[in-house]
Write a protein that binds this ligand. Sequence first.
Ligand code: FE
Length: 299
Amino acid sequence: MVQVTELGYMGFGVKKLDEWKSFATEIIAMEISDEGERDRCYARMDYWHHRLVLHADGADDLEYLGFRVAGPNEFGEMQHQLSAAGIKFRVGSEEEAAERHVLEVLKLSDPGGNPVEIFHGPEVQYSKPFHPGRGMHGRFNTGAGGMGHCIVRQDDPAAAQRFYTALGMRGGVEYKFRMGKNVVSPIFMHCNDRDHTVAFGIGPQSRRINHLMVEVDNFDDVGLTYDLVRKHKLPVMITPGKHSNDHMYSFYFGNPSGWMIEYGYGGRPATHQSEYYVEDMYGHRPEAGGFGTEKEPKR
Ligand code: FE
């Protein structure tokens, strides 16, 4: 079975592009790369051409997730695998691949309606060392684990689990949370040593995306970012703490689109065996808005 190897890039629609540019650089420490395109700009976290595309289209939501496969052979095999699983896709044109700065791209959609792209051959710019948007003690932890992880909306978590399994991911329930009268059992899927790359099943969400987690390789960058978030009076949604599943020390804060960034350090490698937890190791208390799982009307 061919497997996707990492979450390589993501696209977001934003209302306030200028606000996002200062947020991405001054708070998250990403590097903005503006290539003069009127409708978008790019955010870098490492040598890649980009990890985020910010589209100035007002959506304030996820526009696509880009999952990598190793190379052209796997790209071909993945198409057979998707067909065998009854998943519809189309092969992107040369222009569509060039738009994403990859060699080839497939376009499809997951059962929750989140646009998914499967690509190989990202443009990597070794001539352009990553230059963080503000001082950083270390660097973003990308590498073989990809750019991070995200929680996305799925109305049918079992169907979503089948979909991401067909992409070569593994995973299942890792938490059973009591929320009022209900028990929420989110599903966490991994495709490399990162504990999870995509997760879902947290209950109703007003947006496609709940949060994007980026990881740094120096603990002090979490403290620095926390101070900056407080200084800029951005909403802290979940206070610092440590998750039981990925052992990530992290906190969550609101971005200019109203969904969350999780800023983390020290995640442990995936155990590749199922376990579940009913609470985190410590911390992670809800603050402004909490985890964003309150019942909100869908947009
Ligand atoms: Fe997370």
